[in-house]
Design a protein around this ligand. Structure first.
Ligand code: SF4
Length: 309
Protein backbone atom coordinates (compact mmCIF):
# COMPACT_ATOMS: atom_id res chain seq x y z
CA UNK A 1 0.00 0.00 0.00
CA UNK A 2 2.88 2.36 0.70
CA UNK A 3 4.47 3.98 -2.31
CA UNK A 4 6.81 6.87 -1.62
CA UNK A 5 6.11 8.14 -5.13
CA UNK A 6 2.36 8.25 -4.57
CA UNK A 7 1.67 8.29 -0.85
CA UNK A 8 -1.67 7.07 0.52
CA UNK A 9 -0.47 6.21 3.99
CA UNK A 10 -3.00 8.30 5.90
CA UNK A 11 -6.67 9.11 5.26
CA UNK A 12 -5.72 12.28 3.36
CA UNK A 13 -4.49 9.97 0.57
CA UNK A 14 -2.89 12.98 -1.09
CA UNK A 15 -0.82 10.80 -3.50
CA UNK A 16 2.20 13.08 -3.23
CA UNK A 17 5.49 12.00 -4.68
CA UNK A 18 7.48 12.37 -1.48
CA UNK A 19 10.81 11.88 -3.24
CA UNK A 20 10.44 15.29 -4.88
CA UNK A 21 8.02 17.20 -2.66
CA UNK A 22 6.19 16.97 0.65
CA UNK A 23 2.68 15.71 1.28
CA UNK A 24 -0.22 17.45 3.00
CA UNK A 25 1.38 16.28 6.25
CA UNK A 26 4.64 18.08 5.42
CA UNK A 27 6.65 14.86 5.23
CA UNK A 28 9.21 14.12 2.54
CA UNK A 29 10.92 10.80 1.97
CA UNK A 30 13.35 10.96 4.90
CA UNK A 31 12.08 10.26 8.41
CA UNK A 32 12.65 13.30 10.61
CA UNK A 33 12.24 13.66 14.34
CA UNK A 34 12.39 17.06 16.00
CA UNK A 35 13.09 15.95 19.53
CA UNK A 36 13.72 13.02 21.84
CA UNK A 37 13.24 13.16 25.59
CA UNK A 38 12.26 11.27 28.69
CA UNK A 39 8.64 12.40 29.00
CA UNK A 40 7.08 12.55 32.49
CA UNK A 41 3.68 14.09 31.66
CA UNK A 42 1.94 11.26 29.85
CA UNK A 43 -0.55 9.04 31.67
CA UNK A 44 1.08 7.43 34.77
CA UNK A 45 0.99 3.94 33.23
CA UNK A 46 3.06 5.32 30.33
CA UNK A 47 5.43 7.77 32.04
CA UNK A 48 5.98 5.83 35.27
CA UNK A 49 8.89 6.95 37.45
CA UNK A 50 11.65 6.86 34.84
CA UNK A 51 9.82 8.58 32.00
CA UNK A 52 8.52 7.55 28.62
CA UNK A 53 11.04 7.58 25.77
CA UNK A 54 9.38 10.14 23.54
CA UNK A 55 10.35 10.74 19.94
CA UNK A 56 8.46 13.67 18.41
CA UNK A 57 8.19 13.41 14.64
CA UNK A 58 7.93 16.38 12.32
CA UNK A 59 4.77 16.97 10.33
CA UNK A 60 1.24 15.68 10.90
CA UNK A 61 -1.57 14.46 8.65
CA UNK A 62 -4.28 16.05 10.81
CA UNK A 63 -3.00 19.59 11.56
CA UNK A 64 -5.65 20.75 14.05
CA UNK A 65 -5.94 24.51 14.23
CA UNK A 66 -5.17 24.54 17.98
CA UNK A 67 -2.28 22.03 17.92
CA UNK A 68 -0.04 22.28 20.98
CA UNK A 69 2.90 20.87 19.05
CA UNK A 70 2.51 23.20 16.08
CA UNK A 71 6.15 24.22 16.30
CA UNK A 72 7.00 20.79 14.92
CA UNK A 73 3.76 19.51 13.41
CA UNK A 74 3.91 22.34 10.87
CA UNK A 75 7.68 22.10 10.44
CA UNK A 76 8.73 19.46 7.97
CA UNK A 77 9.84 18.77 4.47
CA UNK A 78 12.95 17.59 2.69
CA UNK A 79 14.46 21.07 2.60
CA UNK A 80 13.14 22.55 5.85
CA UNK A 81 15.82 23.94 8.15
CA UNK A 82 16.60 21.66 11.04
CA UNK A 83 18.51 21.99 14.25
CA UNK A 84 20.07 18.57 14.48
CA UNK A 85 20.61 16.40 11.42
CA UNK A 86 21.37 13.39 13.63
CA UNK A 87 17.59 12.96 13.98
CA UNK A 88 17.07 12.33 10.27
CA UNK A 89 17.05 8.92 8.61
CA UNK A 90 16.21 5.41 9.79
CA UNK A 91 19.67 4.57 11.17
CA UNK A 92 19.71 7.70 13.34
CA UNK A 93 16.18 6.96 14.45
CA UNK A 94 17.16 3.44 15.48
CA UNK A 95 20.09 4.90 17.45
CA UNK A 96 17.74 7.34 19.20
CA UNK A 97 15.45 4.44 20.14
CA UNK A 98 18.35 2.48 21.57
CA UNK A 99 19.61 5.53 23.50
CA UNK A 100 16.21 6.17 25.09
CA UNK A 101 15.86 2.55 26.18
CA UNK A 102 19.41 2.65 27.60
CA UNK A 103 18.51 5.84 29.51
CA UNK A 104 15.88 3.85 31.39
CA UNK A 105 12.73 4.78 29.47
CA UNK A 106 9.80 2.54 30.33
CA UNK A 107 8.82 2.45 26.66
CA UNK A 108 9.37 4.10 23.29
CA UNK A 109 6.69 6.71 22.73
CA UNK A 110 6.38 7.60 19.03
CA UNK A 111 4.55 10.91 18.86
CA UNK A 112 2.74 11.84 15.61
CA UNK A 113 4.37 8.95 13.72
CA UNK A 114 1.82 8.13 10.99
CA UNK A 115 3.50 9.84 8.04
CA UNK A 116 6.67 7.82 8.66
CA UNK A 117 5.17 4.40 9.38
CA UNK A 118 7.35 2.37 6.94
CA UNK A 119 10.56 4.14 8.02
CA UNK A 120 9.70 3.64 11.70
CA UNK A 121 9.11 -0.08 11.11
CA UNK A 122 12.54 -0.21 9.47
CA UNK A 123 14.12 1.55 12.47
CA UNK A 124 12.36 -0.80 14.89
CA UNK A 125 13.77 -3.75 12.93
CA UNK A 126 17.24 -2.26 13.43
CA UNK A 127 16.83 -1.28 17.10
CA UNK A 128 14.74 -4.24 18.28
CA UNK A 129 13.85 -2.46 21.55
CA UNK A 130 13.26 -4.55 24.65
CA UNK A 131 10.66 -2.07 25.95
CA UNK A 132 7.07 -1.65 24.73
CA UNK A 133 6.47 0.57 21.71
CA UNK A 134 3.71 3.17 22.05
CA UNK A 135 2.04 4.54 18.90
CA UNK A 136 0.95 8.04 19.99
CA UNK A 137 -1.40 9.38 17.33
CA UNK A 138 -4.07 11.97 16.63
CA UNK A 139 -6.30 9.06 15.66
CA UNK A 140 -6.72 9.98 11.99
CA UNK A 141 -5.34 6.75 10.64
CA UNK A 142 -6.13 4.25 7.92
CA UNK A 143 -7.01 0.72 9.03
CA UNK A 144 -4.42 -0.69 6.62
CA UNK A 145 -1.65 1.45 8.11
CA UNK A 146 -2.47 0.38 11.65
CA UNK A 147 -2.52 -3.25 10.52
CA UNK A 148 1.11 -2.81 9.35
CA UNK A 149 2.05 -2.30 13.02
CA UNK A 150 1.19 -5.82 14.15
CA UNK A 151 4.33 -7.14 15.83
CA UNK A 152 5.79 -3.62 16.16
CA UNK A 153 3.42 -1.53 18.30
CA UNK A 154 2.36 -2.80 21.71
CA UNK A 155 0.36 0.16 22.97
CA UNK A 156 -1.80 2.65 21.08
CA UNK A 157 -2.21 6.03 22.70
CA UNK A 158 -4.79 7.54 20.40
CA UNK A 159 -6.89 10.67 20.39
CA UNK A 160 -10.52 10.65 19.43
CA UNK A 161 -11.03 14.35 18.94
CA UNK A 162 -14.30 15.11 17.17
CA UNK A 163 -17.63 13.45 16.51
CA UNK A 164 -19.36 16.22 14.61
CA UNK A 165 -18.25 16.34 10.93
CA UNK A 166 -18.78 20.12 11.01
CA UNK A 167 -16.48 20.53 14.02
CA UNK A 168 -13.87 18.22 12.49
CA UNK A 169 -14.05 20.16 9.23
CA UNK A 170 -13.72 23.49 11.04
CA UNK A 171 -10.80 22.45 13.22
CA UNK A 172 -8.91 20.06 10.96
CA UNK A 173 -10.48 20.02 7.48
CA UNK A 174 -11.40 16.37 8.08
CA UNK A 175 -15.20 15.90 8.14
CA UNK A 176 -14.70 12.12 8.01
CA UNK A 177 -12.61 12.20 11.20
CA UNK A 178 -14.82 10.24 13.59
CA UNK A 179 -15.79 7.32 11.38
CA UNK A 180 -12.15 7.05 10.22
CA UNK A 181 -10.76 7.19 13.77
CA UNK A 182 -13.33 4.70 15.09
CA UNK A 183 -12.53 2.23 12.29
CA UNK A 184 -8.80 2.60 13.02
CA UNK A 185 -9.47 2.13 16.74
CA UNK A 186 -11.10 -1.21 15.97
CA UNK A 187 -7.85 -2.38 14.35
CA UNK A 188 -5.76 -0.95 17.22
CA UNK A 189 -7.82 -2.99 19.68
CA UNK A 190 -7.27 -6.07 17.58
CA UNK A 191 -3.49 -5.49 17.27
CA UNK A 192 -2.83 -4.52 20.91
CA UNK A 193 -5.52 -6.53 22.69
CA UNK A 194 -6.98 -5.86 26.12
CA UNK A 195 -5.00 -3.64 28.56
CA UNK A 196 -2.21 -5.63 30.21
CA UNK A 197 0.08 -4.21 32.92
CA UNK A 198 3.44 -5.26 34.36
CA UNK A 199 4.10 -5.65 38.09
CA UNK A 200 4.81 -1.92 38.42
CA UNK A 201 1.51 -0.90 36.87
CA UNK A 202 3.05 0.08 33.53
CA UNK A 203 0.97 -0.64 30.44
CA UNK A 204 2.57 -3.48 28.48
CA UNK A 205 -0.12 -3.83 25.85
CA UNK A 206 -3.46 -2.21 25.10
CA UNK A 207 -5.09 1.00 24.00
CA UNK A 208 -5.54 4.33 25.74
CA UNK A 209 -8.13 6.61 24.14
CA UNK A 210 -7.67 10.30 24.83
CA UNK A 211 -10.69 12.56 24.60
CA UNK A 212 -9.84 16.24 24.91
CA UNK A 213 -12.75 18.35 26.11
CA UNK A 214 -12.73 21.45 23.92
CA UNK A 215 -14.18 24.75 25.18
CA UNK A 216 -17.78 25.14 24.02
CA UNK A 217 -17.89 21.52 22.81
CA UNK A 218 -18.80 19.40 25.83
CA UNK A 219 -21.76 17.94 23.95
CA UNK A 220 -19.43 16.74 21.22
CA UNK A 221 -17.14 15.11 23.80
CA UNK A 222 -20.16 13.36 25.32
CA UNK A 223 -21.28 12.23 21.88
CA UNK A 224 -17.81 10.74 21.27
CA UNK A 225 -18.02 8.81 24.53
CA UNK A 226 -21.53 7.56 23.77
CA UNK A 227 -20.52 6.44 20.26
CA UNK A 228 -17.38 4.68 21.52
CA UNK A 229 -19.37 2.98 24.28
CA UNK A 230 -22.02 1.81 21.80
CA UNK A 231 -19.40 0.30 19.49
CA UNK A 232 -16.71 -0.98 21.86
CA UNK A 233 -18.18 -1.02 25.39
CA UNK A 234 -16.55 0.52 28.46
CA UNK A 235 -13.81 -2.03 29.09
CA UNK A 236 -12.01 -2.44 25.77
CA UNK A 237 -9.62 0.46 26.37
CA UNK A 238 -8.41 2.83 29.06
CA UNK A 239 -10.02 6.26 28.83
CA UNK A 240 -7.99 9.41 29.36
CA UNK A 241 -10.32 12.40 29.59
CA UNK A 242 -8.31 15.53 29.12
CA UNK A 243 -8.88 19.11 30.22
CA UNK A 244 -5.54 20.43 29.05
CA UNK A 245 -6.73 22.49 26.10
CA UNK A 246 -4.84 25.76 26.12
CA UNK A 247 -5.54 28.59 23.64
CA UNK A 248 -1.99 29.97 23.42
CA UNK A 249 -1.17 28.06 20.26
CA UNK A 250 -4.47 28.76 18.49
CA UNK A 251 -4.12 32.48 19.25
CA UNK A 252 -0.88 32.51 17.28
CA UNK A 253 -2.67 31.45 14.10
CA UNK A 254 -4.33 33.56 11.41
CA UNK A 255 -7.63 31.79 12.17
CA UNK A 256 -7.86 33.05 15.75
CA UNK A 257 -10.20 35.86 14.70
CA UNK A 258 -12.75 33.60 12.94
CA UNK A 259 -16.14 33.98 14.70
CA UNK A 260 -17.06 30.28 14.42
CA UNK A 261 -13.86 29.36 16.28
CA UNK A 262 -14.42 31.92 19.03
CA UNK A 263 -14.72 29.35 21.85
CA UNK A 264 -11.19 28.12 21.13
CA UNK A 265 -9.84 31.43 22.45
CA UNK A 266 -10.47 30.32 26.03
CA UNK A 267 -9.78 27.34 28.28
CA UNK A 268 -12.38 24.75 29.14
CA UNK A 269 -14.40 25.54 32.27
CA UNK A 270 -14.61 23.32 35.33
CA UNK A 271 -18.33 22.87 34.62
CA UNK A 272 -17.69 21.74 31.06
CA UNK A 273 -15.00 19.25 32.02
CA UNK A 274 -16.86 17.91 35.05
CA UNK A 275 -20.06 17.37 33.05
CA UNK A 276 -18.19 15.21 30.56
CA UNK A 277 -16.32 13.39 33.34
CA UNK A 278 -19.60 12.59 35.11
CA UNK A 279 -21.03 11.30 31.84
CA UNK A 280 -17.98 9.11 31.22
CA UNK A 281 -18.25 7.63 34.70
CA UNK A 282 -21.98 7.01 34.28
CA UNK A 283 -21.17 4.91 31.18
CA UNK A 284 -18.70 2.87 33.23
CA UNK A 285 -15.47 4.11 31.65
CA UNK A 286 -12.35 3.81 33.78
CA UNK A 287 -9.02 5.50 33.38
CA UNK A 288 -7.56 8.96 33.86
CA UNK A 289 -9.30 12.20 34.65
CA UNK A 290 -7.19 15.37 34.61
CA UNK A 291 -6.79 18.25 37.01
CA UNK A 292 -7.73 21.50 35.32
CA UNK A 293 -4.34 22.92 36.40
CA UNK A 294 -2.81 20.83 33.60
CA UNK A 295 -4.22 23.33 31.06
CA UNK A 296 -0.98 25.21 30.69
CA UNK A 297 1.42 25.73 27.81
CA UNK A 298 4.25 24.91 30.22
CA UNK A 299 3.31 21.22 29.84
CA UNK A 300 4.26 21.40 26.17
CA UNK A 301 7.88 20.33 25.59
CA UNK A 302 10.38 22.93 24.43
CA UNK A 303 10.88 22.08 20.76
CA UNK A 304 13.73 24.55 20.44
CA UNK A 305 16.30 21.93 21.46
CA UNK A 306 16.32 18.48 19.87
CA UNK A 307 17.26 16.58 23.01
CA UNK A 308 16.60 17.20 26.67
CA UNK A 309 19.55 16.51 28.89
S1 SF4 B 1 1.06 10.55 5.02
FE1 SF4 B 1 1.38 12.63 4.21
S2 SF4 B 1 2.00 12.34 2.08
FE2 SF4 B 1 1.08 10.41 2.78
S3 SF4 B 1 -1.10 10.53 2.20
FE3 SF4 B 1 -0.92 11.31 4.28
S4 SF4 B 1 -0.69 13.54 4.04
FE4 SF4 B 1 -0.24 12.60 2.06
Amino acid sequence: MFDMNCCELCPRRCRSDRTVTVGFCGAGDEVRAAKTMLHFWEEPCVSGTRGSGAIFFEGCPLRCVFCQNMDISRRAGNDAPRGDTSLAGTAALADAMTALAAAGAHNLNLVSPTQYTPQIIEALELARPAVPVVWNTGGYERRETIAMLRGYADVFLTDVKYLSPELAARCAGAPDYFETAADALEVMLDVAGAPEYDGDGMLRRGVIVRVLVLPGERRDAEAILRALYDRFGADAFVLSLMSQYTPEFFLRTARASEPELKALRRRVTTFEYQSVADFALSLGFRGYFQERSSASASYTPDFGSPRDK
